[in-house]
Write a new protein. Sequence first.
Length: 156
Amino acid sequence: MFSLPARFFSIAAPLAGALIIALSAAPPARADLSVCNRLAVPLSAALGYHDGQDWVSEGWWQLAPESCTKLLAGKLTARFYYLHAVDTRQGRIWGGSAPLCISPTAFTIKGRSDCTGRGYARAGFHEVDTGTALDWRLDIPFSARSQGNMPEPKDR
């Protein structure tokens, strides 16, 4: 029968312990949708997406100046996300051409049709194409856009 010398165990045991500690201390894989406010003023943000069955718009997240905020935790399940941000102090809006529903107070709204008829406001959201990424970070300011003619958002 083969036996290992005692010296092997005196070296191998501490190395195995160090390896276990190093692996357990490794940070978990990142998979989130975050928005970074690169401005010196606080912003309020709303997010839109297709959940596989219907359009959903949610808000408001408070984005502190010069910081990042996680809007969705976990792996991204849609390719397209839509963002609308407002500087409530100066009235500046960062949006886009995708129309979704919003409300002046905290909201989760299903559907994107007849916003005003359902008691909501209609706002233009900036389209974010995440491709096949499992996580994404978007910086504000992105180009501010007029709400003018709004084409329909893409379903995924």
